[in-house]
Design a protein around this ligand. Structure first.
Ligand SMILES: Cc1cc2nc3c(=O)[nH]c(=O)nc-3n(C[C@H](O)[C@H](O)[C@H](O)COP(=O)(O)O)c2cc1C
Length: 430
């Protein structure tokens, strides 16, 4: 058993989950199996590292999932994702009334490495002020249904968001579930536009609201529910009422982190106007891509530690998101305890085919360490995080031991033939 099987043991404590059907019961509604496996060829005779994962009863050929956003906006692109071999697809967030969602253009701005304003530097940061899906719900639902009919064994996850209204949330859940989606991801985390309507991060940042809304959702949902967290809070786990903890206590089966980070991409030094500039004005947006990866790793690490210490029990899951462009980026999330890894901006920059590179690079990493499955290394780096006070103590102890060695041999039995002169020197005082 791997050091990280903590996310698949029984959850302690009482929660709303205890009062309603278990995740296993939920799964009875829809049997799932996926046979597709991505396997690169090898010539050393060893079996290929197995990338397949099973999360909340959902079987995926690999841990790579399209993150909610432009890469999951319609039938054509989601079909493309399945055809290219993505482990799962999370559709663009939908709500009941898309007519309230009005997007602007330009809505993206990019940060490049290198000198200020360099047009050639590598893209390291991406800001968007895009809202949730502006396509009619009926159209999106029709497309979810078609996808599930054509790809019954592939994992399609509906992403949903609603206003502070129990009936609206429950109607949306019912309608999205009717299409046959395998799970729901709840967007408690969009940092721009939607909070003005008390949606998205406005709920994810308020634990009392979050608990109430998660209660409505989990009372209704019959498929696994992932709560997608915003990083735009003071502390994602440490305070007693942290959003990730509240979501799990309120019956969610999984946590996805992170959504974008509230940002102002920059100011045009010629016009003095902020970017992206819409009719001379802008609004803070959501930051993603490579630059957010270290922040996402920190949030995922904190959530994984919290899940390990407080929820090591049920079949709960963790999905790492933020700045993934390589198999190594994904391996880092998994080493911290993530079961799946989502990619959004990376697909916008490199296309759907990037999944093949991600799988090959992750398998290279696994081969190097002789890991044969994702569970072999999931969470393996988590025990190496500690407090700064503990680091100080460890360092003081290491220095003490090094000094003790310098002082010379501990006992006459330690003299060696080869090191005799050095050993003598080590005990001379001047
Ligand atoms: C243009 C754009 C639109 C997005 N739209 C959504 C959305 O509708 N729902 C959602 O939950 N997250 C949305 N996201 C957030 C991503 O799913 C993801 O959490 C975030 O971008 C960090 O991952 P990345 O660096 O791989 O993009 C969007 C991100 C971008 C860049």
């Amino acid at each position: 058993m791997s050091s990280t099987s903590f996310l698949s043991t029984a959850m302690g404590g009482t929660s709303l989950k205890d009062l309603r059907p278990s995740p296993d019961h939920r799964r009875e509604f829809r049997p799932r199996s996926v046979g597709l496996k991505i396997r690169a060829s090898v010539d050393d005779g060893k079996p290929e590292p197995d990338l397949s994962v099973r999360v909340n009863g959902l079987q995926m050929p690999n841990p790579f999932v399209i993150g909610s956003g432009p890469p999951g906006t319609n039938y054509t692109v989601m079909k493309r994702a399945f055809d290219e071999g993505w482990g799962g697809v999370i559709a663009k967030t939908v709500s009941l009334d898309a007519s309230k969602v009005v997007n602007v253009t330009p809505r993206y701005a990019r940060l490049r490495a290198g000198s200020n304003g360099s047009a050639k530097g590598q893209i390291i940061g991406w800001q968007n002020i895009e809202l949730i899906s502006d396509r009619p719900l009926e159209t999106m639902l029709k497309e979810f249904k078609q996808l599930k009919e054509e790809y019954p064994d592939r994992i399609l996850i509906g992403s949903i968001m609603e206003e502070y209204n129990k009936a609206a949330w429950q109607e949306l859940i019912e309608r999205v579930e009717e299409t046959g989606v395998d799970a729901l991801e709840i967007n408690f985390s969009c940092p721009h536009g939607m909070p003005e309507r008390k949606m998205g991060a406005a709920v994810g940042q308020d634990c009392a609201l979050l608990e109430e809304v998660c209660g409505w959702i989990n009372e209704k949902a019959t498929v696994p529910v992932w709560a997608k967290m915003t990083p735009n809070i003071t502390d994602i786990t440490q305070v007693s009422s942290s959003p990730a903890r509240v979501a799990l206590k309120s019956g969610c089966e999984g946590i996805a982190a992170i959504n974008t980070i509230m940002s102002v991409m920059g100011i045009d030094l010629n016009t003095l106007r902020p970017e992206p500039c819409v009719e001379g004005y802008s609004t803070p947006g959501g930051y993603s891509s490579k630059a957010v990866h270290p922040i996402a790793l920190a949030k995922v690490m904190q959530i994984a530690q919290m899940m390990k210490s407080e929820f090591s029990g049920n079949d709960l899951s963790l999905s790492g998101i933020g700045g993934v462009e390589t198999g190594g980026d994904a391996a880092e999330f998994i080493l911290l305890g993530a079961n799946t890894v989502q990619v959004c901006t990376g697909v916008m920059m490199h296309g759907y085919g990037v999944v093949k590179k991600l799988c090959a690079e992750l398998q290279d990493f696994m081969r190097k360490h002789n890991f044969s499955s994702i569970e072999d290394f999931r969470g393996a780096s988590l025990p190496y995080f500690t407090t700064h006070t503990d680091l100080v103590q460890r360092q003081q102890e290491a220095i003490r031991q090094r000094k003790a060695i310098k002082k010379g041999l501990q006992s006459d039995k330690d003299w060696t033939g080869d090191g005799f002169v050095k050993e003598t020197e080590s005990m001379v005082s001047n």
